[in-house]
Design a protein around this ligand. Structure first.
Ligand SMILES: Cc1cc2nc3c(=O)[nH]c(=O)nc-3n(C[C@H](O)[C@H](O)[C@H](O)COP(=O)(O)O)c2cc1C
Length: 348
């Protein structure tokens, strides 16, 4: 069924198709009996996990960027996701980059996007999150506004954190989008140290400590991320989300001319698989050796259940999907959750 829908949707501009599909899905769910039908088609796989002080229905999450403004939480729950990371949300609303800014690389089962944190801001998202459904872990992925210079970025993260703190279960600090100029420069120890200290000192965080994760780029050199470890360990960071999209274009089937025509942006999907897995495994080994290992969240190129099971063997606590959902449809969620659960059963 999804293949048919995909045939139609892939004829439309990718960003238009994205919004249209989500709107239709959310309208469908309002039809009496539809939630029941979805539950039959895509049954929620129960594989409960207690981690970060939270109860997770299963270990499959929707990656950041799919539902930036927290508009479709009931859809994700009905599809069987155990968690959703909304955002990236910035303090003030912003339109993002000029369109077109999202492209499919069908031959590579990949996407290129340069959306640039288009979102309605934290206040609007908070008002929606107040009415979030139960039984779904919801994280907020936060970023800085495009027109905020890096020297003032810290305050953007703090504003976003405070505004969303009452309404979400965990936070992910996004320092790794390639589509906000110079954002990746903030992936350095001094900035992260200062940011984590300020977050720790916030009255809301003192009253109720929310887990804090950091999302990193797959394009970092080992030296770069190893330099972060003393700071991550000092602040007992809850998790690392590995990884964001890549700016690397090596090994793609799509022609160089076509890639040049599409222009800049972050590449996601199947071509990211090896990089994302390599970073997960390298960080697990390094963390063990250093005596501090946060939860590792694996995202990047998970296109089927086998890919996901491999990430769990590589040390992931949970996985997230984005591009795989575009290419495979909702069936991917139960397939991934089932593979993860089976992996655990066979290990036991
Ligand atoms: C269209 C699009 C928009 C995205 N927006 C965000 C975002 O706002 N914040 C973020 O942290 N990651 C964002 N991402 C990155 C994804 O969360 C994920 O890390 C990346 O796509 C790799 O996973 P995948 O290969 O399963 O797509 C976006 C990805 C895509 C394709």
């Amino acid at each position: 069924m999804y293949l048919l829908l995909r045939l139609v949707m892939f004829r439309l501009d990718a960003e238009r198709a994205h919004h249209l599909t989500l709107k239709v899905a959310s309208l469908m769910l309002r039809i009496p009996g539809m939630a029941w039908l979805w539950a039959c088609l895509w049954p929620t796989v129960r594989d409960p996990w207690d981690g970060l002080g939270l109860h997770w229905p299963n270990r499959v999450g929707l990656a950041a960027g799919f539902d930036k403004d927290a508009r479709y939480l009931t859809v994700w729950k009905a599809m069987g996701f155990g968690s959703v990371e909304v955002g990236t949300l910035t303090p003030r609303p912003q339109p993002g980059n000029l369109q077109p800014r999202l492209f499919r690389l069908v031959k590579d089962k990949a996407l290129i996007n340069r959306l640039g944190f288009n979102n309605g801001g934290v206040v609007a998202a908070a008002s929606r999150l107040k009415q979030r459904p139960s039984g779904l872990v919801v994280g907020a992925n936060i970023g800085k506004n495009k027109d905020t210079p890096n020297e003032e970025a810290l305050w953007d993260y703090l504003v976003a954190f405070e505004q969303l703190h009452p309404w979400v279960d965990y936070f992910t600090i996004n320092l790794s989008s390639p589509n906000t100029p110079d954002l990746r420069e903030l992936q350095e120890a001094k900035f992260i140290d200062s940011l984590l200290q300020h977050i720790h000192d916030l009255p809301c965080q003192q009253a109720l400590a929310r887990p804090v994760c950091i999302k990193l780029a797959p394009d970092m050199e080992p030296k770069q991320w190893q330099a972060l470890w003393p700071v991550l360990s000092k602040h007992r960071i809850s998790g690392l989300v590995l990884t964001n999209t890549t700016v690397d274009r090596a090994g793609l089937r799509t022609s160089t001319e076509e890639l040049e025509r599409l222009g800049n942006g972050g590449l996601s999907g199947a071509p990211l698989m090896d990089k994302s897995l390599a970073m997960l495994e390298a960080m697990r080994h390094y963390g063990h050796a250093q005596g501090f290992l946060p939860e590792l969240v694996s995202v990047g190129g998970i296109m089927n259940g086998k890919d996901a099971a491999r990430r769990m063997q590589g040390g992931a606590s949970w996985v997230q999907v984005y591009t795989g959902l575009v290419y495979r449809g909702p069936i991917l969620v139960s397939e991934v959750a089932t593979a993860i659960r089976a992996g655990y059963c066979s290990k036991a």
